[in-house]
Write a protein that binds this ligand. Structure first.
Ligand SMILES: O=C(O)CC1=CCC(=O)O1
Length: 226
């Protein structure tokens, strides 16, 4: 997911990417899981790598992990970048219904609908092969891993954490993101004390993929600024 940014970030930083539990090449532990479990995973990874303090960049569920990490473990987070995410995503039934659907039929049955919210209609029309590769990625995600993370979002409300985030924070929204619209992102920027909001035009939920130059430049600027 971060392929478009990694080379530019690696010019400045040691870059570590990881798959959230239940996704990609990470294990699918028994649930139920909570946002604190996802934070425990991030802290365990930092500990394993001997990293005391890091910048954290997260999109969607990764951003939720970043918010909770920065609020719960303020000494471990230097700067924070939150992309296309929210402190809560009600109603919970959207997520518990989705969990039930994938447990019943696998992630393949939702792949097309999910990815249709990740990119604008314009990109979907121009790059069907790219869209197909993201649909394949969703369809390859273990059903239990995906469902367990849907339940994390269903249960999660980080609204009370926002004022205690000390990290300087970039809040980056996709202008056309139906999942985390700019109004939701503006609320994050309003309640996190040292936050700046950037709305990226012509992008939906995966703004970093659809507008890679704009997002990479914003991240490098945010993470390297004095
Ligand atoms: O895939 C989606 O439906 C969009 C989304 C919102 C939060 C999240 O983790 O994914």
């Amino acid at each position: 997911m971060w392929d478009p940014q990694v080379a530019a970030l690696a010019e400045h930083f040691r870059v570590v990417r990881y798959d959230t539990r239940g996704h990609g090449r990470s294990p699918v532990p028994d649930g139920p899981h909570s946002i604190d479990d996802l934070v425990d995973d991030a802290v365990a990874l930092l500990d394993r790598l001997g990293v005391e303090r890091a910048h954290f960049v997260g999109l969607s569920l990764g951003g939720m992990t970043g918010m909770r990490l920065a609020a719960r473990e303020p000494d471990r987070v230097d700067r924070l970048a939150l992309l296309c995410t929210g402190a809560a995503m009600p109603p919970a039934s959207n997520w518990t219904d989705r969990a039930a659907t994938v447990r019943g039929g696998g992630t393949g049955v939702i792949a097309q609908a999910v990815v249709s919210r990740w990119f604008t209609e314009s990109l979907r029309g121009q790059s069907p092969d790219r869209i197909a590769s993201f649909e394949a990625m969703v369809a390859a995600t273990p059903a239990e891993g995906y469902a367990g993370c849907c339940e994390v979002i269903a249960e999660m409300d980080l609204t009370g954490d926002l004022p205690s985030i000390r990290a300087r924070t970039l809040v980056l929204a996709g202008e056309d993101d139906p999942a985390a619209p700019p109004s939701m992102m503006a609320a994050l920027a309003e309640h996190i004390p040292d936050a700046e909001l950037l709305v990226v035009p012509q992008s939906a939920h995966l703004a970093n993929v659809e507008q890679p130059e704009t997002v990479t430049e914003a991240l490098v600027q945010h993470l390297t600024a004095d």
